[in-house]
Design a protein around this ligand. Structure first.
Ligand code: GRF
Length: 190
């Protein structure tokens, strides 16, 4: 299974995906970033991965940005595309082009807490469970079909940063697990 990973920032999920690839039976064929200075890009280069930079600031329209993004992706010939901290919302044309093989990881138990700042919101709501979700991307932001989730028990009063770190550790186990299952043909309901 050939995987292209799309990133914008820190890249800790990219690292987890890369480290678990041999064990899980997929290969990362390249990384696409809209942010040339993302730490994720440095990591990808250190690993010898193909890197394609598509800086959204250089495009007048989202359509033009996404067309170039798609060309960069198609160049990597992925079977599946994993968004890992990719911070641009993708339009319906782009999403439709990769329908059924575009995945995202989100730091909450969707459908709870779509959008940003999920850990603080989970704590403020009094939620007792929280976690991470891998889902198919559709043009409904954080609203596509759920593939897998990992959860934990919220410790009342814990700082949002502590909760965030605990959820991130779950993400790093969940995302490679999902791609491994995908590679083995074990995800049928999509
Ligand atoms: C993760 O929390 C992920 O769930 C969210 O963005 C963050 C990316 O972190 N979509 P990293 O760049 O993988 O470290």
């Amino acid at each position: 299974l050939k995987v292209a990973v799309m990133v914008s920032g820190r890249g800790s999920n990219l690292r987890a995906l890369q480290e678990e690839a041999p064990e899980q039976g997929y290969v990362i064929t390249g990384v696409v970033s809209n942010n040339p200075t993302a730490p994720a890009v440095d990591y990808a280069r250190d690993q010898g991965l193909a890197v394609r930079l598509v800086d959204h600031r250089r495009f007048a329209t989202r359509a033009a940005f996404e067309e170039t993004l798609a060309t960069a992706l198609d160049d990597l010939a992925p079977d599946i595309i994993a968004l890992a901290g990719f911070l641009r919302v993708l339009g319906a044309d782009f999403v439709g082009r990769y329908q059924g093989r575009l995945l995202n990881i989100h730091p909450s138990l969707l459908p709870a807490f779509p959008g940003l700042d999920t850990h603080r919101r989970a704590l403020a709501s009094g939620a007792r469970v929280h976690g991470a979700t891998v889902h198919l991307v559709t043009d409904a932001v954080d609203g596509g079909p759920i593939i897998a989730q990992a959860g934990l028990t919220v410790i009342p009063g814990e700082p949002p940063a502590a909760l965030a770190a605990r959820v991130l550790a779950l993400e790093h186990a969940l995302y490679p697990y999902v791609l491994g299952r995908w590679a083995r043909g074990e995800i049928a309901d999509r």
